[in-house]
Design a protein around this ligand. Sequence first.
Ligand code: NOJ
Ligand code: CA
Length: 513
Amino acid sequence: MHQPKWLDTAVFYEIYPQSFNDTNGDGIGDFEGVIEKLDYIKKLGCDALWINPCFESPFMDAGYDVSDYLKTAPRYGTNDDLKRLFDEAHKRGMHVLLDLVPGHTSVEHEWFKQSARAEQNEYTNRYVWTDSVWESPEGMGCIRGISDRDGSCAVNFFSHQPALNYGFYKPDPSKKWQQSMDAEGPRATLEALKDVMRFWLRAGCDGFRVDMAGSLVKNDPDGEGTIALWQNVRAFLDAEFPEAAMISEWGEPDKSLRGGFHMDFLLHFGPSHYNDLFRCEESFFSESGKGDASKFVEKYVENLEKTDGKGLICIPSGNHDMDRLARSIHGENLKIAFAFLLSMPGAPFIYYGDEIGMRYVEGLTSVEGGYGRTGSRSPMQWDDSKNAGFSSDDTLYVKQDEAEDRPTVKAQLADNMSLLNEVKRLIKLRRENKALGNLGGIEFLNAGYPLAYLRSAEGERVLVIINPSDSEREFTCKYEIDRVIYSIGKGTYIAVGNKVTVPPRTVLFCTVK
Ligand code: NOJ
Ligand code: CA
């Protein structure tokens, strides 16, 4: 499988477009706003973007309820504006991933409206329908009683998101409505998906972050059907768009990579233990020193082995679905958490605003299907002007952090010791040391406090030692430290034989002999 060269060194920035930068004063971010901030993102050190869904939608799930895959949401701008964004990014040597939502549409999508009609038509089998309104699809929610079609339609997430029909891996022969993957309807759905990809790749996007990539084929407990489906997509991309990058929201890298994805996201739910590090009562990166990274490390190493040592697992700083990093990790410890995030294999992903420690806004009523996620989706804080420079409008579509001491880009750019400047330095360090890069190897040396691992690539080796706790910690190191090339915190290490002691709240990047 071909991997686009730029992905080898990419550092991503995730943009939730409605909350990033509003340039026409309607209280909602837009494409022009992203274009305006490309230089900021580039200077931060990121050279790739993931933009959350920006297509026409009733926005009952923030745009993950697409009503037209081929048209941008007017509130963000036109298709041509999005193409301009691609061009402006490319001019700066940056790449752009769009968010592909292949598993479901909005109930307002024309495909669904046609599919819900009693008369047979081209879209009758585009979604997963049972044969009778009285029969619901087992194990899935459903939509029923809303149209003349005598059937219930399976849903994929919220109850307004009908499941597109890619077939069943093992259809139950007693249920005629369960179609096999190679039946006409599911094959047409897959071709329609390829048409969507073709459309945006031709328009200039560089690939996709794929929503819920592991859940397309139904009755597919081991994912074999879904893997085969993505291999089919891979063959299409290899033939027509070999430079397209594919990153999955799957959470099982062995399966995802077999399906032809280049990288897979680590998920904040399921077995990854990612949130043991960042978002739990005693998170590993908080100063309490009572966290536990061992289950995360165990699972991570297991995944590495399953993927042939290819560390193509992306660990995001956060995203639009989880609490802001700054909800559980504070002050200097945020820098320490970033030192970890920016020294792991796979492409790093920084969620907009995490680089300045934007806070989770407490107590918000759900906006656009966000529910508890809404507090992590508040407008970006740029400067000290009205609405922190996000918009000139009096009514923002979602509330902003109104605290007087809310962090802003402007203030942090001016402060050499800020989180923002630390993140910049860490990305620079990653770029200057191949061992720390996306494709470098990793060997964990200690999974307690301090967390220690050796990164390596092309003969270069960098030992990373991270002690987020407020006490001195020691570990047995099988490598002899040569020198510290970068550090966070005040002290340095003490080595006696193979025992290495590090001061509290310290990160050390070292070469080894
Ligand atoms: C995962 C997305 O990240 C989330 O925001 C969305 O609600 C669901 N998929 C459904 O598409
Ligand atoms: Ca706007």
